[in-house]
Design a protein around this ligand. Sequence first.
Ligand code: UDP
Length: 239
Amino acid sequence: MAPAYKRILLKVSGEALAGDNSFGIEPPFLQAVAKQIADVANSGVEIAIVVGGGNIFRGMAGAADGTDRVTADMMGMLGTMINALALSNAISRQGAKSKPYSAVSMPSVADTFTARDAKLSLEDGFVVVMGGGIGNPFFTTDTASTLRAIELDCDVVLKGTKVDGVYSEDPMKNPNATRYETVSYDEVIGKNLRVMDTAAFALARDNAMPIIVYALDDTAGLAGVLAGTTRSTRVGTPL
Ligand code: UDP
């Protein structure tokens, strides 16, 4: 059966690489994430990845401690590059071709991201791993995910979280909260359902880019999400 999606944008948050710790990279978790990605890539799906950096440094936290926000966000962006290098290398070790890109120019570390170059790499079968967010302070890697998905003509954004979709309220706080199968961009934004930041949802809405939210710890993993067998929520216009 042909895969439902030809080219996907996967958002890998920093916390997915930290495993049970809140800081740094845990090799078993890194390898587990990389294996899921390599297996799906080897099944013929083109995968672009935006990597977060919350396991290393978040600009907001630095700013709260008195570091000026622009500097703190640059530190955050550098953190995402550490993760991007680690993840790209791990995907290669798991048997799929992979190439890191940076939104911030650091040519001896990784090629600087351009949509043109990244698309060629995807067409050549590389998993494209993008660090540095969009390269600007005051943004997050969620917004970068939506933006890159649009730029790279991806079919969908996949956002793995701690819960298996978008709920009417925070399910960690209210056990009676209900999960949506599908939900519109406007409802997510209007009700402030904080799965990604508002800028990410607004950009997705304006460019009709669907977002699938699923639980990172689902045993069927990425393949299950793509097969439609994993519980999830589709944000966007219904199929
Ligand atoms: N960041 C930024 N511009 C971007 C993307 C990220 O300044 O376009 C900085 C920001 O400080 C952010 C940090 O990088 O807090 C790490 O990214 P994020 O918080 O999105 O990582 P995640 O929560 O997904 O692990």
